[in-house]
Ligand binder design. Structure first.
Ligand code: TPP
Ligand code: MG
Length: 372
């Protein structure tokens, strides 16, 4: 423990608590998901700065929260209702890299066909992943609804809602927790307290001493965990999932971490995050500490780490290249996927739109791409 915050592996990679039983295969998967997340961050930053994609969300420093949580979920049974900063959950569950990149480019294979912003994924397979939405906190009542539906259908599943510290100020957080507490549904609320909501620090976000304690008002147990300790996060989320599956109701988890990059590729955190804070948190890096511990336990050696790093970077570069080479969505897709049978007024608008662009010489090209 670190005060009232659970820690199992300390920042130096030393074991300071009881390690839960985790298979080696799971540990290696956790590690690879962390490496993929950094490779994704790095690749997307380059793609954005060279004008190839419009936007991305750095996950540097916070990926341990997502990885620990991901390992506690049962794919095909549980639902993830994520925020936009939880990439590692998808990497842990083997969402194909190229599919992650399809969304970044908004190409024809992107499930949202470019109609969502980048990093706003949605999939059903290999993990049930509710579409990410930009308005903060909407995933919280959604997760409660998903959990209620599963409870009513006597399904085994648990819904995991992940959100940031700033999102605890939204109506969605309070109504979602209240609803879940009253109904006792199988949901786990995981707050990634990364200390910042864009440029607003946590001290200005809430007068509560912790976020975990907010659960008390709703009759929900609150737990605080070191978010840079993947093993500790796994442990608390696994316990919360077990409780939820056993019909014992929701848990609120606060994972304390630090956003080490910008809010997005559109801001400059050096304008508002003090340098000393970054220096302090560099020492607590979640990946470095996991790697030290995995080496101490004999699961990986320095050569393995180097090899995995290179493999992940290469695979990510290949995925980006493949996704970037795919065609963009066709113009008619603007009018699809909302109604099973397209209503007449939309058919008229579609025909007008295609006719209009054709009359300006902006026909769909040989790849069938959107002409704008
Ligand atoms: C309802 C709503 N209010 C404001 C915004 C603008 N906004 C986008 S991200 C963000 C900060 C969110 O901070 P936090 O919940 O801590 O998540 P983090 O970005 O740190 O992961 C804000 C205020 C929004 N998207 N939705
Ligand atoms: Mg935050």
């Amino acid at each position: 423990m670190m005060g009232d915050t659970l820690q199992i592996i300390d920042p130096d990679g030393k074991k300071v608590g009881t390690v839960p039983r985790v298979k080696r295969e799971v540990l290696l998967r956790m590690h690879r998901a962390m490496v993929y997340t950094r490779a994704f961050d790095d690749r997307c930053m380059k793609l954005q700065r060279t004008g190839k994609i419009g936007f991305s969300i750095p996950n540097l420093g916070v990926e341990g929260v997502s990885v620990g949580a991901a390992a506690a979920l049962e794919p095909g049974t549980d639902w993830v209702c994520p925020s936009y900063r939880d990439f590692a959950i998808a990497f842990y569950h083997d969402v194909p890299l190229v599919h992650m990149m399809d969304n970044m480019f908004g190409n024809q294979d992107d499930f949202s066909k470019g109609r969502q912003m980048p990093v706003h994924w949605t999939f059903l397979d290999p993990i049930r992943w509710l579409s990410i939405s930009s308005p903060l906190g909407t995933q919280i009542p959604h997760a409660v609804g998903v959990a209620l539906a599963m409870k009513r259908k006597n399904e085994e599943g648990v819904a995991l809602a992940v959100f940031g510290d700033g999102t605890t100020s939204t109506a969605g957080f309070h109504s979602g927790l209240n609803f879940a507490g009253v109904l006792g549904v199988p949901v786990v609320f995981l707050c990634q307290n990364n200390q910042w909501a864009i440029s607003c620090p946590i001290e200005k976000q809430s007068a509560s001493e912790t976020i975990a304690q907010k659960g008390e008002a709703y009759g929900i147990p609150g737990v605080r965990v070191d978010g840079n300790d993947v093993i500790a996060v796994y442990k608390v989320v696994a316990i919360a999932v077990k409780r939820a599956r056993a019909g014992e109701g929701p848990t609120l988890i606060e994972a304390v971490t630090m956003r080490m990059g910008g809010h997005s590729t559109s801001d400059d955190p050096s304008r508002y995050v003090p340098d000393e804070l970054i220096e302090e948190w560099k020492e607590k890096d979640p990946r470095a500490r996991l790697e030290v511990w995995l080496q101490t336990e004999g699961h990986l050696n320095a050569e393995d780490l180097e090899r995995i790093d290179q493999e992940c970077a290469q695979q990510m570069a290949d995925a980006a290249k493949a996704a970037g080479a795919k065609a963009r969505p066709t113009l008619d897709t603007v009018f699809t996927d909302v109604y099973q049978t397209t209503p007449q007024h939309l058919t008229r608008q579609r025909d007008w739109c295609i006719g209009h662009h054709s009359s300006r010489g902006e026909e769909v090209n040989e790849k069938g791409e959107f002409p704008l």
